[in-house]
Design a protein. Structure first.
Length: 401
């Protein structure tokens, strides 16, 4: 009997994990489809390209609200129906993005879509931790590998449909159809995992342990600076390359795809690395690698070949940073839905501030500022990581070195 129960639990865990992976493929697709289509969306809404940075801002505002509310919802409600409903809303909004004739309407759609995807991001990360507990490390890296896989496929899809009737619109409509199928699957998936402190048949309550807010803030800042760098490069490198005449429009789409392909390969290799190395070893090596490649981009701003090297190297080095950092946060904190939501606010605000700021700076000074701002964000990411380690040691009662 016990063997049957254990086998059933393992089967449910595998089924749930695959569902979260499918959600993150869609999340990656939607994150990366925006950058290569920014010029087309600007023309669609008759908006200056520099103003399109507001699209990232609007999406991130909604994403932030979804993260804040979602953290509390997943502590109190069954996770899979909430994830399924949020995914279906996101799918519907993705479908209408290429139909919006006015910029204000496009901003409203982006904000609402971000709200739904904030639920998806918070829920998938939190439920995966609840499913696998202390063994979540490789599963977390795999989850974000699938995000990278989706992000790699998105610009490749845009490049393929550019010459067809309807052009970039088909990229959004294809993504919408895939996202809707995944949403329906999650909506009908049974057996939602519960927080570790919840007992069967009882409503979920917050863990009584006091939240170490200093550690939560440092983990949030770590995600803030990292996500700002990732979304800024992937979202603006297309514009950077075409504005400086470093490549053609289709070449820039493939350049974005190369970044995400390298990112995906890095995420794939980070899965076995998560079982062999500690986060304290992986993160500094990865961020320093990012800074080296960005430094090369700053030193040779007019070289198309160097931009390709930067995109590939940066994608590879960025790959393990987010899941490894979130895993470290999970090892340092009691990750209830509420605490996960608080930490993931850093992710939300990071995707809001720097991409918007780069759009404003590009409008005022030109695209060259992109690499400098991303470099600065990653330096601050490394400093936030150091702060998280010190606070983690202090929380454990060990002296901070």
């Amino acid at each position: 009997m016990l063997r049957k129960l254990a086998a059933s639990a393992r089967t449910d865990a595998i089924r749930h994990t695959i569902g979260y992976y499918m959600l993150f493929i869609c999340l990656g697709l939607d994150t990366a489809v925006t950058g290569p289509t920014l010029p087309a969306l600007a023309a669609q809404t008759q908006t200056r390209l520099g103003q399109m940075g507001l699209l990232f801002l609007a999406g991130s505002i909604g994403y932030t609200l979804g993260t804040m509310i979602g953290g509390r919802v997943f502590d109190r409600a069954r996770g899979h129906p909430v994830l399924g409903a949020a995914q279906l809303v996101a799918a519907a909004l993705i479908a209408v993005v290429p139909l919006a004739p006015w910029f204000w309407l496009l901003l409203a759609i982006a904000a609402c879509k971000g709200f739904a995807e904030g639920f998806v991001n918070t829920g998938a990360n939190t439920l995966l931790v609840w499913t696998h507990g202390e063994k979540v490390g490789p599963f977390m890296n795999t989850l974000h590998f699938f995000f990278g896989l989706g992000a790699f496929l998105a610009p490749f899809l845009v490049a393929q449909v550019m010459g067809s009737a309807g052009g970039y619109r088909w990229a959004y409509w294809t993504l919408s159809a895939v996202a809707a199928l995944v949403g329906l699957r999650m909506l009908t998936m049974t057996g939602s995992p519960r927080p570790f402190h919840a007992r069967d048949g009882e409503p979920v309550r917050e863990a009584p342990k006091r939240i170490p807010y200093a550690l939560v803030i440092s983990a949030g800042l770590f995600l803030f600076f990292y996500v700002g760098a990732e979304i800024s490069f992937s979202g603006w490198v297309y514009t950077y390359a075409t504005t400086l005449n470093l490549t053609s429009a289709s070449g820039a789409a493939y350049l974005t795809s190369a970044f995400w392909l390298s990112f995906t390969v890095g995420r794939l290799l980070s899965i076995p690395a998560a079982t062999r190395f500690k986060p304290q070893q992986v993160i500094p090596a990865a961020v320093v690698g990012c800074l080296v490649f960005l430094g090369l981009g700053i030193a040779f701003p007019g070289s198309g070949a160097m931009l390709w090297a930067v995109a590939i190297g940066l994608g590879f080095c960025m790959a393990p940073v987010w899941p490894t950092g979130f895993t470290l946060a999970g090892q340092s904190l009691n990750l209830t839905g509420r605490v996960s939501g608080l930490v993931l606010l850093g992710d939300s605000f990071g995707g809001m501030v720097l991409p918007w700021l780069i759009g404003r700076v590009i409008d005022l000074t030109g695209p060259q500022a992109m690499t400098f701002l991303i470099f600065a964000s990653l330096v601050l990411n490394l400093l936030a990581f150091g702060g998280m380690l010190r606070l983690r040691k202090a929380a454990a009662g060990a002296p901070a070195s």
